[in-house]
Design a protein around this ligand. Structure first.
Ligand SMILES: NC(=O)c1ccc[n+]([C@@H]2O[C@H](COP(=O)([O-])OP(=O)(O)OC[C@H]3O[C@@H](n4cnc5c(N)ncnc54)[C@H](OP(=O)(O)O)[C@@H]3O)[C@@H](O)[C@H]2O)c1
Length: 268
């Protein structure tokens, strides 16, 4: 169990999921956790579990070692205003705010404050996400170790240079929506081919999970895995021809690129 005291600003869907996972995995004791949100209803379930809660940011700042910022991008400036003049260089900021750079945060506070930018994705809510992390200058190896230990409660972690965070947003940030579209297509196809909704949905979900697990664990290339399912003149080869004709793969490529561009546009 970590001995550091951890504060959260924002107990919305991502903030509260992270706190819940940290508590479930016993990474930090509830008395070493602080949660701040503008809405008291979002705090009650945490105070019932012995977590310190606050409607204001300032009372929390001096009591914690690490501060997670988990508010929407439009609320970050107000949060930074509250942190300014209160935060010390011995503390660490971990921001999951989409599109907000570490230099933006350090400019608003002080460039002595270490900041780690994190881009989680929606499956983090059930501990199956992937979080890309980018530490600012001045972040110690020990700080990065602690951040990784906390975030592993939400799934896998990958360290990337900060300039790659827009592309991360375009791929793993938006990616779950593309996978849900894929699942919808497979399910609808199954229904049109004569299956019940329940059967089609179960087949689609487990096929996607199983194929992803094979890709992750087998060590075999995607091309080889794909070839292993196709026999000449068989069912899969006919289906793949339809996907190719419809530009399935190139559509996915374009979706990731357009999402990346949009992340850049929004930041500007
Ligand atoms: N959800 C995801 O899947 C996901 C994935 C990747 C990244 N993110 C990023 O994570 C961040 C949080 O997303 P979310 O979906 O959890 O948002 P959310 O549900 O809107 O949660 C943010 C919470 O912070 C509160 N808040 C705002 N300003 C505050 C302040 N000054 N002091 C205390 N509390 C304050 C909000 O209250 P009000 O509602 O009253 O404003 C809200 O309860 C965003 O920047 C998002 O881009 C989310």
């Amino acid at each position: 169990m970590l001995k550091e005291k951890i504060g959260f600003i924002g107990a919305g869907s991502m903030g509260s999921a992270l706190i819940r996972l940290i508590l479930e995995k016993r990474l930090v004791s509830s008395k070493n956790l602080w949660v701040c949100d503008k809405i008291s209803e979002k705090l009650s379930s945490f105070s019932e579990r012995g977590v310190n809660t606050s409607l204001k940011i300032k009372p929390m700042i001096k009591r914690v070692d690490l501060i997670f910022i988990a508010v929407k991008p439009q609320d970050i400036s107000k949060v930074l205003e509250d942190l300014k003049n209160e935060i010390r260089p011995s503390q660490l900021i971990i921001s999951i705010v989409a599109g907000i750079t570490t230099s933006f945060i350090r400019q608003a506070l002080s460039d002595e404050i270490p900041v780690v930018r994190v881009m989680p994705n929606a499956p983090a809510l059930i501990g199956e996400g992937i979080s890309a992390i980018s530490p600012s200058r001045g972040t110690s190896i020990e700080n990065i170790r602690i951040v990784k230990e906390i975030l592993q409660a939400a799934g896998e972690i990958i360290e990337v240079p900060e300039e790659e965070q827009d592309a991360v947003t375009g791929l793993s940030g938006s990616g779950p929506a593309y996978i849900y579209s894929l699942l919808q297509g497979l399910t609808e196809g199954g229904i049109k081919a004569g299956l019940s909704k329940e059967v089609a949905s179960r087949l689609a979900i487990q096929t996607t999970l199983g194929a992803a697990k094979m890709a992750k664990e087998s060590g075999i290339s995607l091309d080889e895995l794909r070839r292993s399912v196709v026999s000449p003149g068989g069912t899969t080869s006919e289906g793949l021809k339809v996907l190719e004709k419809g530009g399935f793969k190139s559509c996915l490529v374009q979706a990731v690129i357009r999402g990346t561009e949009r992340a850049r546009e929004l930041r500007r």
